[in-house]
Write a protein that binds this ligand. Structure first.
Ligand code: ADP
Ligand code: MG
Length: 226
């Protein structure tokens, strides 16, 4: 099991108000699974992703990622998990604007103290894998949306994480670039990388093996399937 969520609740505190956002979520993913999370805006998708991505902790419940209980982790342990086990892809790419594609992809390796020569080799390999060998010295501004997202995927994969988390990865892309991103996800999944992908595009969701729906903080299996 790569992910096990038991009765996860997440509340936000706003002034004196407690806002319950995730409500008793129970959800598991086998290693190598590819799951799409669908749901309307404001339903709690990003909040859920932040928990799985060890960016935030649940208010209650247990979340076990690759055998490790997140609810008991310190900040440092959480950041180690993010660095070593998780790759992130966001709707708006989140690349460093003044760094080249190569430097952006090298960054996680720098954090992981990989020596410079190996860093460069692995980043170049990752960029080659996403078809950007001819763009390694371009900065994000000089790349199309689809190319930026492919740099972000190279960066997400360069540390060889076990799970890829994607929050609306095609939300800012035209359909052709979106399809390229889906092809890359498929080939990563074929190699055994687990993928949890948020989307509100039904065509994109159908690339996954399985869909779940979140509505008002409650997670359900895809309608029509028991
Ligand atoms: P989605 O990604 O599905 O659009 P989010 O997880 O971003 O939804 O947000 C779910 C709900 O939680 C929304 O009502 C939002 O206003 C609220 N929310 C998100 N982040 C915070 C926060 N940091 N503080 C308070 N409320 C938040
Ligand atoms: Mg969101």
């Amino acid at each position: 099991m790569i992910l096990e969520m038991n009765n996860i609740c997440k509340d936000y505190i706003q002034g004196k108000m407690v806002i319950p956002v995730l409500k008793n979520i129970c959800f598991t993913m086998e290693e190598g699974e590819y799951v799409a999370v669908m749901g309307p805006s404001g339903s709690g998708k990003t909040t859920l992703m932040n928990l799985v991505g060890c960016l935030d902790q649940p208010t209650s419940g247990t979340l076990i990622l690759d055998g490790q209980d997140i609810s008991k982790c310190t900040e440092n342990e959480m950041s180690d998990l993010r660095l070593n086990k998780i790759g992130f892809v966001f709707q708006n790419f989140q690349l460093l604007p003044r760094q080249t594609a190569l430097e952006n992809v090298e960054l996680p390796l720098t954090y992981a103290n990989v020596p410079k020569k190996e860093r460069r080799e692995r980043a170049l390999q990752a960029l080659d894998r996403v078809g950007l060998s001819d763009r390694v010295n371009f900065i994000p501004n000089q790349l199309s949306g689809g190319q930026k997202q492919r740099v972000a995927i190279a960066r997400a994969m360069v540390n060889r994480p076990k799970i890829l988390l994607a929050d609306e990865p095609t939300g800012a892309l035209d359909s052709t670039s979106g399809e390229q991103v889906m092809e890359l996800f498929q080939s990563l999944n074929d190699e055994g990388v687990s993928i949890l992908m948020i989307t509100h595009d039904a065509d994109i969701a159908s690339c996954a093996q399985r869909k779940v729906i979140i509505r008002d903080g409650v997670l359900k299996k895809e309608e029509g399937i028991q």
